[in-house]
Design a protein around this ligand. Structure first.
Ligand code: GP9
Ligand code: MN
Length: 427
């Protein structure tokens, strides 16, 4: 109903925060390349195994003076996993309570997504490249609704069986074979590269194993450092290529981890990997941190400590590109804004904030990991929990009621999915 949209609009307006003007437009007109780091958790940055850095290339990027990195950035996915991360990054809308919003609503809902906005407002060419099957998570339909002009999936790549592992082409091969497509995109472009090799159960062929497995004895955990290391090497190769072509200077790279790699079924093994003796529900919550890094030679970098999550990426990126998000229905907030509310909702109603954390029916002090017992602080926690419930349910209303079809701002032309055809045509 249209009236549902009014309450959403009111909420969004009341909760709008002014983006940080010091960063407005610093990457204006630059290409954007999203690099999706599959199942990559923040703790891997700087992590060493047997004296060896597991992710030397990403570590270098993290510390680079042109990288804006966030060390309190959390994934907020639900059952839709990768697709929920994509939904949040492209739309600043949450995934839904059960299943994948991209699968359930991706085909027929109206969206006002990053690719459509950038192409309409700033003349961007928009594309996704992924070495897996195009129909996975309903990408081949949802991307059209998001306004993506191109989607190169598995059938765009001439591959041999040995190049394929798990969910798609091995990352090094995928990125190398994507180069010719990247080079042919008219600039400025907005591109997402989706890696897959670092995916549960973390298998890797012998010749690509260049770091030893960990020794927790948990077989689906112990391969993790190996596939992570391989992904990191693939990123290193991509960076070399971007520098060689000079594309790096014209591009804003955005790295993000989509969700955890090690689930809470493996707390025992995580205790060993992290050295935390009592690794329980609180620690598991803390380890939902994933990387978020913006890199561009023009950026003044640094590691920021704002508590935020995937829902906040779109408003942050829009500000860096100099596009105002004031009139948009976005549930996130600029991560660089000093007014960011720093309340990170998780899909199940749990949350993390700099002061309090909610896991299940317990509240904790974020800094000390102690349970909240005082009445006064519990009351504060309940206020935060209510805020979380409100934003999730309003986002759900937008998604399940397809409310954006009623929102017709003058600056946006509704996406016509029949404009796009992702079938590979003869070269
Ligand atoms: C497959 C990949 C995996 O294309 O994106 O999705 P996930 O299982 O991580 O949600
Ligand atoms: Mn994933």
């Amino acid at each position: 109903k249209v009236s549902d949209l009014s309450s959403v609009k009111k909420y969004i307006k009341q909760n709008y925060v002014q983006p940080n003007s010091a960063y407005t437009g610093v990457a204006k007109g630059k290409n954007v390349i999203y690099i999706h780091l599959e199942s990559f958790q923040q703790f891997l940055i700087g992590y060493k195994w047997q004296g060896k850095e597991v992710t030397p290339n990403l570590n270098k990027l993290y510390k680079n003076k042109h990288t804006l990195a966030f060390d309190n950035f959390f994934n907020q996915v639900g059952q839709g996993k990768t697709s929920d991360a994509e939904m949040m990054l492209e739309n600043s809308l949450f995934g839904v309570q059960s299943g994948s919003a991209m699968s359930t609503y991706g085909t027929s809902n109206t969206f006002e997504s990053m690719p459509a906005i950038l192409s309409q407002k700033a003349g961007y060419t928009t594309a996704v490249m992924h070495g897996g099957t195009g129909s996975f998570w309903n990408r081949n339909n949802a991307y059209k609704s998001f306004g993506y002009q191109y989607f190169m999936s598995l059938n765009y790549y001439n591959y041999q069986d040995s190049w394929y592992l798990g969910y798609g082409l091995k990352d090094k091969i995928f990125l190398k074979e994507s180069a010719k497509y990247i080079a042919s995109l008219p600039q400025p472009f907005y591109l997402k590269l989706i890696t897959v090799t670092n995916h549960y159960p973390y298998m890797l062929d012998k010749q690509n194993q260049s770091i030893k497995k960990t020794t927790t004895g948990d077989s689906t955990v112990d391969g993790y450092v190996q596939t992570v290391h391989y992904l990191d090497q693939a990123i290193g190769e991509l960076m070399t290529w971007l520098k060689k072509t000079g594309l790096d200077k014209k591009t804003l790279l955005v790295f993000y981890g989509d969700h955890y790699g090690i689930s809470n079924n493996h707390n025992e093994a995580m205790a060993q990997l992290t050295g935390i003796k009592n690794y329980g529900e609180f620690e598991d919550q803390q380890y939902q941190r994933v990387p978020l890094m913006f890199y561009s030679p023009a950026l003044k970098g640094g590691v920021k400590h704002t508590y935020g999550g995937e829902i906040d990426v779109m408003p942050t990126l829009l500000n860096l590109l100099g596009i105002s998000s004031k009139k948009m229905i976005l549930f996130g907030h600029d991560l660089l804004s000093k007014d960011n509310p720093q309340l990170v909702a998780q899909r199940n109603g749990n949350f993390i904030s700099p002061t309090f954390t909610k896991v299940g029916s317990s509240y904790y002090y974020t800094k000390t990991a102690k349970k909240v017992t005082s009445k006064k602080d519990k009351a504060k926690c309940r206020i935060l929990a209510n805020k979380v419930t409100t934003q999730l349910s309003l986002s759900d209303r937008v998604m399940t009621g397809n409310l954006l079809r009623f929102y017709k701002p003058s600056w946006f032309k509704k996406v016509d999915t029949s404009d796009f055809d992702y079938n590979k045509t003869a070269a």
